[in-house]
Design a binder for this molecule. Sequence first.
Ligand SMILES: [Zn+2]
Length: 346
Amino acid sequence: MPDAGLIVPTFAEPHAHLDRAFSTAVTGWNRSGSLDEAVERFLGSIDRMTVEALSPGGRRALDLLYDAGVGHVRTHTAVGGPLEFRAWEAVEKAAASVPGVEVRQVAMPISANLDAREVAACIREAAARGAVAVGGAPWRADDPVSATRAAALLAAELGIGLDLHVDETDDPAHNTLAVLAAAVTDAGLTGRATAHHCCSLARRPESVARAEAEALAAAGVAVVVCPVSNLCLQGRSCGARGLAPIGWLRDAGVLIGIGLDNIRDVVVSVGTADPLRAAWLMAIAGHLTGEDDLEWLGRTVTAGNRRICNLPEDVDEGGTDDLLMIEAASLAEAVALVPPRQRLVG
Ligand SMILES: [Zn+2]
């Protein structure tokens, strides 16, 4: 053990998909690398998605997350339709086998139409099974405005959070952020809603995007940026990169998290279970390489992610005893070098 290092709480991961990690034996690989092909392959493989087929991949991902120092995972689990709750139960089974990582599931209906009665019923059942948030991708719905509003109202009714995949595309015309901000405010969900991805925000004019970022901040909507998946999936035809405009979001005062998203699944064939590796990639891809920027990325991945997962941010706050020592002199160095780390307890 090194003499000294940074002591931080174990990492909290705000955006995983344990239900599909390492599951390409079931789905096949994504040949085009596009989100559309991933969705098509996923939906075409549902008959083969059993608890037995999906849980080993979740367990492998959890083992890797544990080794990286992650103590808490918020994972988006596909539910409903012909899949029913088999993926949910697979995640429960995987979580039971890795007790060093606390797992919380977000209900992500396979239908994007969150305003449909049967989809709402499925989310209600997920809430009864312990879902911590209403998830899903209403920006892909037949009526994105209606689906986004319905999701916020349902989260408020159920007394859980709202964790939506939002505008995960490089097409600037897909824009549900203003609708989301208003829906969150109207539903009384301020501080309990998170918009994940928000890729198309970067493709709109700066003045427009900054105003949208300010609306998110005012509504208390956090944003989770997923550099690995969005650099892989978006921008393949237009040449832009898929990242949300993290600088503009930061300037607006939005609470930001960094998510790992997919690990070797039908959506993205690469992946990492290490939050510091994701922050390192964000530093390079987002031109956040100043020392202050690196320090900020380190705070985002150590504290911001915990806040988004409703955990105490600091070592002292809440008396957490699940600590990590990172072999680095500063948070900036931890992001820059992605060094080894050890769990002190847990
Ligand atoms: Zn996702």
